[in-house]
Write a protein that binds this ligand. Sequence first.
Ligand code: MG
Length: 387
Amino acid sequence: MRIVDVREASVPLEANIQNSVVSFADHTVSLVAVVSDVIRDGRPVTGVAFDSIGRYAQSGLLRERFIPRLLAARPDDLLDAGGAGIDPDRAYRAMMKNEKPGGHGDRAHAVAAVELAIWDLNAKLAGVPAWKLIADRHRVAARARMPVYAAGGYYYPEDSLGRLRDEMKAYGDMGYTSFKMKIGGAPLAEDMKRIEAALTVVGDAAALAVDANGRFDTPTAIAYGKAMAGFGLRWYEEPGDPLDYALMADLAGVYERPLATGENLFSLRDVDNLIRHGGMRKGHDLFQMDPALGYGLSEFARMVAAMEKAGYARAQLFPHGGHMIALHIVVGLGLGGSEAYPGVFAPVGGYAPDCTLEDGGIAPGERPGFGLEAKPDLAQHVARLVA
Ligand code: MG
């Protein structure tokens, strides 16, 4: 079998919200289709995926570099060992030809979208859900249902505390049992009032995480850590710049509850540096790398291996994302759990309607591939791309 075409479309995110650093209103996502020469029911078997939320579509990089390189590779050089599918890591290496090391920016998202579409293609060719293929390849005994938490807790221009409480209550009514809210978009004293307001609804502080989205310098990160110490929160996420490992290590020295970071690290080398220099505590702090932003699942599996080699558990990994692809990967690799963004970041954010929440967990289902076609808002974009 061989790849006959790779297509990309830039899809706008429906997200009129902002965190302490960015507005998502003009964000886009690259939706990618990898078309094979295998015909079933009169149509080519096609893998579909996207790069993740919170960045931008990478249409230019894909059209000018990564798609032409993949299509120029000798088809036999891309086949997996059995010859029935494409080897995702070989595809990654073909796309990365003539790319210098380091500087893992937007190209990591572009390559991720194609690499993940190849996982979707392989799963469809094998007639199995992506989580099952991923679990088989990585020798993981997958549990079908994995914990998810509702990420939100946004800032509102009017009645901010009231609307924050309403938002948390709405997540609880949907069945979520753990939650995350934004901090860093207001002065410290006001943020503490926001946390107190959220806790009046959530109840248990061990079910509430906070996310500063990389906003703080070291003194501010530590001041927040001291102010929040008494709450006993679930975790304190991305206090400072994603590449400021010394900040993480300094904070880990004074803040006892779990810290979390990694959603803006896109390569194995960046994660190696977090492991070496970030002071991340074994069995305690959380890693949040997102395979759909960091070159795809092949590179992500290398990050997981590096974590485990250094003594961390894969249960400490809660990938950023909140979409079907992340959920399949969390299940397939047996990670700690997945994010969910109820009601925002459509059409790529969120889960298919029949992926129902039970006991704080969601199962990705049994459809072949990542099941993106089962999500009605996304299915229309997929249909247009593969038509
Ligand atoms: Mg975050």
